[in-house]
Design a protein around this ligand. Sequence first.
Ligand code: SF4
Length: 403
Amino acid sequence: MITAVSILEGARFACQGSGACCGGYVYGPIEDAVVRVVRAHRFTENGELLNGPADPFERTEIDGEFVRVLRRVDGRCVFLSRTNKCLIHQEISPEAKPGLCRAYPFNVALAPNGVAYVSLNMECAGFADGSHGTLLEDTLEEDLPVLLAMPTQRVPPRVAWAGGVTLDFESALAVEEAWLADLEAPDRAVAACVRDLCARWAEADLPAPGGGVAREGWLGEGWLGEGGLGEGGLGEGGLGEGWLGEGWLGGARAVAAPLIEAIRIVLGETVAVEQARGNLIDVALNRRGTDAAVAWLEGASPVLGTRAGDAGDALMRLQLRNVVFGKALHRAPTVGAGLGLEVAKLALGAVLAEQLAGGAPVTPHHVNEGLRTLNRCLRLSGLDELGEDAAASAEALACALGG
Ligand code: SF4
């Protein structure tokens, strides 16, 4: 049962009107009431696809069940106009849209303490547009019933923290509150904040089997022993000179490399798959992500986010606050693995922003676009898709940065 709703303080949202969220996804299940209203309307645009006998809906399999979804043409929703406007919104009403479209771009995580944490879906370019957007706490109230009616992420009472170790939700929440306070310090560069986050993660009081707290030695043999942070992970070049210095991932490059390589391979494969499906939106995004991973593996070391006050600093900080507040890390196989992947995403996002700037000064637009691309290509819950070792690699990275 929801006892309270909590919204990240200071978070803002402004729809960019790009239509980017209306392509590349599967949209469903769609409510019967929406189907009735849409079928009763005669659309003035896209009539050949939307008005009978054409059917703007189709059935597809989701989680083993056939459900009704919005039809897509070249990966775009059939209701998206040539000028990237939603025709249901424009010709009927905003309220006539499917619930999932009305709820976008917000996520709800329902925690064991009964609090529904509302955060922003970071695949949307509008999540980070803090300078133009309106405060969520001022605008979200009227959409809350629709939002809370959507499927929510349920945070379990015990949180998978690292390896086979779990933490009770209240203990995890205490660490997350400290993280949020860290991220609100305005004079720290994001890359430095990241290392603090990893250190707090590694130092959390963890329950020992049979009770008590296994603080001593929990980073030892048990869960990150051989194979986790073995020779290749923390050997020469892993935590060598300068790993605590400036720069994304610093001397932890050797530890990060297997994860970034896995990302490069999977995004490259996704380009081919989406090309075959005709989903040109995801082809472009995954190609960008692949390029960033290749550049990083070849030695790119962005300065973005490594000096407080950089163009990207506020956006990256916001991304991390949103991730932590929204309990997104709880969707990863472990919080540590989610943290490691999030760090890799930020580092690649910084590379991509610099690539998008093409040698000119990096602007918030480049950073926003870089982060959106990486968020769209790499979901925290999708670590498994990166291969069976990816979660361990991501955890090893968080561990290396946390010292
Ligand atoms: S119905 Fe409208 S808002 Fe929903 S995906 Fe299609 S164009 Fe976008």
